[in-house]
Design a protein around this ligand. Structure first.
Ligand code: BES
Ligand code: ZN
Length: 591
C-alpha cells in the first residue's frame, strides 16, 4: 500500500505513472565538477490513468536527450520540456511517453552547483593528494544529481555503473564489495525498493578495514585505522537491534567516514552509513550516532515517511530505537543520560521555536524540508514512543513495534496510516495517550515522560556548587561533561571562564560535542582566549548541527557579527552547498 496523496515537495505524478527501477550510468568528472551520463527509468502506468506525461523532479540538471522504449524494444527519442525553476523545488521535467512505453532514458549532466554534491579539491581532504566527491540526497537533493520522482512516497530499486579516475574508489548505498579492485569502473545493485533520498555515492582515496563479517569502515588512509577502533561496537549494536526488532534486511552494514565538511553527523544510506569525522573522539563516547544510523535500518529505511511532514516517523522512532540499542550495549545509566540530555535540549530549543514548528506533523508549505529539521521530530517523537512504552509496558510495546516494522516493511507511510495502525494494534480504545495533542499541537503534553538519570543529577549538584574550588570530575563521561556545562549559569564573568578553562582545558578538548558547548559559552561571555579555536573549528568543520548555533550566537552582537562575517569568508568555500544555504540565511537573511 502506498499513499496516493500528493507530496508538496515533488512535481512528480506517481499516482499516474510510477518509477520502479533506476539504471544509472555515469562518469565522475572531477575537472569539471560534474556527473555526466544516463539515467534509465523503468516505469509502470497506473491503470485508467490515460496517457499523461511522466513528470520528474530536477534541479540544475542539463538535459541533453530523452528516449523511450517499450519492453525489449529499441529506444527512440521523445519530446520533453523543462519547466520554470523554483528556488526550493527545482524544475519539473515533463516527458511525453506513449502508452506502451516501459522505459525512459535521460541523457544529462549535473551542474557544479548541484545541491547534493560536494566536490572537494585535494587540499580539502585528509590526504591532500586526491579529490573527493560525496552526495547528500536527503531531503530533496537527489533531484540535483538524478532526474527522478524525488519523493519518499515512491520506492525504487537501482543499479549503477560509475566511472572514476583510476586510483579512486567509488562506493554507493548498495552493499559494497569489500574486495572490489580499484579499476575506475564500479558496478552496484540495490535489490530492495528504497526512497530516492537514500541513493548515495562517494568517490575518493578510500581504504576499507573490516570490523566483522558484515561490518567495516571506509575512510581515507590516515583515518581508517582510528575509525575502525572507534566503531568497534557496530556488530554488537546490530545484534542488539535485531534481538529487539527482527532481522537486519540490508546485507552488509558498513560505515564511510567523510571529510569534516560533511554537513550532517550521520546519514543512514542503506548498507553504508555516511558519518562525520567529528565523532572520532578516541573513546567511543559519541557512537550513539552509529546506533542512530543503524536504527534507521528499521525506522526510516524499512518503514519510511511518505512525505517530509511525516519526518518524525523516521527520526522520532529512530531516536527511540537508538536509545534501546544503547541500553542493551552500554547499560541503562547510559540510556538515561542520553534521554535526559535529549529532553533538556528539546525544551531549550522549543522555547525559541514558533508554534508551528513545535508540531510533530509539521506544516512545510512553501518551505524547504531541511528547514523543518529541529529537535522536535527527534526528541518529541521519541518521547511519544517512550510514553507508549511506559503506558503499555515494554513487552507489549516491543511486540507492537516488531510487528509494525514487519507489517509496513519496504513501504512509505503517512502519520495518518501510523495512527490507524496504532489505534488498532496497541491502543484498543485506551484514551490515556493524548494522541492528537502529541501529533497536532505545539509544546509537550503534561503527561510527557520526564527521563531521570541519577548520574546526571549528581553532576548538576557539582555544577551548582562549582565556585572554582575543586570538584570531583574523575572519570566523567562525555555525557556528564555536557550536562555540567549546560547546567552552569548562562552568564559567567571572564574570571570564571578563565578558571573553568584552566581547570578543565575546554578550549583544547578533542571532543567535538564538548567543544561545541564550550564555544557557545565563550561567544556568549566574550571569552577571547577561545576565539582562535572557534575560528579554526568553523573553518575546518561543516557539520550543520555545530556551525548553525555558533553563527546564530555570534550574530547576536555587532562585534560578533563582524567576527562571524570574517570567519565565514574563509570558511564558505569549504562548506557543502547545504551548509552554505543555512549560514547564508543567518548572515544575510532574505527579506
Ligand atoms: N537522516 C538524518 C540526517 C538528515 C536529516 C539529513 C534531515 C537531511 C535531512 C540522520 O539520521 C540524522 O538524524 N543525523 C543526525 C545525527 C543523529 C545522531 C541525531 C545529525 O546529522 O546530526
Ligand atoms: Zn536520523
Amino acid at each position: 500500500m502506498q499513499n496516493a496523496r500528493r507530496d508538496i515537495h515533488s512535481y512528480s505524478n506517481p499516482e499516474q505513472i510510477r518509477v520502479r527501477h533506476l539504471d544509472l550510468d555515469c562518469d565522475v568528472l572531477f575537472d569539471r565538477k560534474i556527473l555526466k551520463g544516463t539515467a534509465a527509468l523503468s516505469v509502470q502506468r497506473r491503470v485508467d490513468s490515460g496517457a499523461p506525461p511522466l513528470i520528474l523532479d530536477t534541479r540544475n540538471l542539463h538535459i541533453e536527450k530523452v528516449e523511450v522504449s517499450e519492453e525489449n524494444g529499441a529506444y527512440a527519442e521523445t519530446k520533453f520540456t523543462l519547466g520554470a525553476s523554483d528556488p526550493i523545488l527545482g524544475a519539473p521535467l515533463s516527458i511525453t511517453i506513449p502508452p506502451a512505453a516501459t522505459k525512459v532514458r535521460i541523457q544529462y549532466s549535473t551542474s557544479p552547483e548541484a545541491s547534493a554534491l560536494q566536490w572537494l579539491d585535494p587540499p580539502q581532504t585528509a590526504g591532500k593528494k586526491q579529490p573527493f566527491l560525496f552526495t547528500q540526497s536527503q531531503a530533496i537533493h537527489a533531484r540535483s544529481w538524478i532526474p527522478l520522482q524525488d519523493t519518499p512516497g515512491v520506492r525504487l530499486t537501482y543499479s549503477a555503473h560509475v566511472r572514476t579516475p583510476k586510483d579512486l574508489l567509488a562506493v554507493m548505498s548498495a552493499g559494497n564489495d569489500p574486495d572490489a579492485p580499484r579499476t575506475g569502473e564500479y558496478k552496484f545493485r540495490q535489490h530492495w525498493p528504497i526512497p530516492s533520498y537514500l541513493i548515495a555515492l562517494a568517490v575518493g582515496d578510500l581504504q576499507f578495514r573490516p570490523m566483522g563479517n558484515r561490518t567495516g569502515v571506509y575512510a581515507e588512509p590516515s583515518v581508517v585505522e582510528r575509525a575502525a577502533k572507534e566503531f568497534d561496537d557496530t556488530e554488537k549494536m546490530l545484534r542488539a537491534a535485531q534481538e529487539l526488532y527482527g532481522p537486519y534486511r540490508w546485507g552488509r552494514s558498513d560505515l564511510l567516514v567523510l571529510p569534516p565538511s560533511f554537513p550532517y553527523g550521520g546519514m543512514e544510506n542503506p548498507s553504508l552509513t555516511f558519518a562525520t569525522p567529528t565523532i572520532l573522539a578516541g573513546d567511543k563516547s559519541l557512537v550513539s550516532l552509529v546506533a542512530h544510523e543503524l536504527a534507521h535500518s528499521w525506522s526510516g529505511n524499512l518503514v519510511t515517511n511518505a512525505t517530509w511532514s511525516d519526518f518524525w516517523l523516521n527520526e522520532g522512532f529512530t531516536v527511540y530505537v537508538e536509545r534501546r540499542i544503547l541500553e542493551k550495549v552500554y547499560g541503562r545509566p547510559r540510556e538515561e543520560m542520553e534521554a535526559v540530555l535529549g529532553r533538556q535540549d528539546l525544551e531549550r530549543e522549543m522555547a525559541k521555536l514558533p508554534e508551528r514548528d513545535q508540531i510533530l506533523h509539521i506544516d512545510l508549505k512553501g518551505r524547504d524540508p531541511d528547514d523543518g529539521v529541529t529537535l522536535v521530530p527527534y526528541e518529541k517523537g521519541a518521547l511519544l514512543l517512550r510514553s507508549l512504552e511506559q503506558t503499555f509496558g515494554r513487552e507489549k510495546f516491543d511486540a507492537f513495534l516488531r510487528e509494525y516494522f514487519n507489517h509496513f516493511q519496504f513501504q512509505s507511510i503517512t502519520t495518518g496510516i501510523f495512527v490507524d495502525y496504532l489505534k488498532k494494534h496497541l491502543l484498543n480504545g485506551n484514551t490515556q495517550i493524548p494522541l492528537d495533542e502529541w501529533l497536532y499541537k505545539p509544546g509537550l503534553p503534561a503527561s510527557a515522560p520526564q527521563p531521570v538519570s541519577d548520574v546526571l543529577a549528581k553532576v548538576a549538584e557539582q555544577a551548582k556548587a562549582w565556585t572554582g574550588s575543586k570538584i570531583e570530575t574523575n572519570n566523567w563521561s562525555t555525557q556528564e561533561w555536557l550536562h555540567f556545562l549546560k547546567a552552569l549559569p548562562p552568564q559567567l564573568s571572564p574570571e570564571k571562564m578563565r578558571e573553568l578553562d584552566r581547570a578543565f582545558s575546554f578550549t583544547r578538548t578533542g571532543n567535538a560535542e564538548i567543544l561545541e558547548e564550550w564555544l557557545l559559552m565563550a561567544i556568549r561571555n566574550r571569552y577571547e582566549p577561545a576565539y582562535p579555536r572557534l575560528e579554526e573549528f568553523l573553518v575546518s568543520v561543516g557539520r550543520r548541527k555545530y556551525i548553525k548555533p555558533l553563527y546564530e550566537e555570534l550574530v547576536k552582537s555587532p562585534e560578533g557579527k563582524a567576527r562571524a562575517t570574517a570567519i565565514y569568508k574563509k570558511a564558505r568555500p569549504g562548506y557543502h552547498p547545504i551548509a552554505v544555504t543555512t549560514v547564508d540565511g543567518i548572515l544575510a537573511p532574505k527579506s
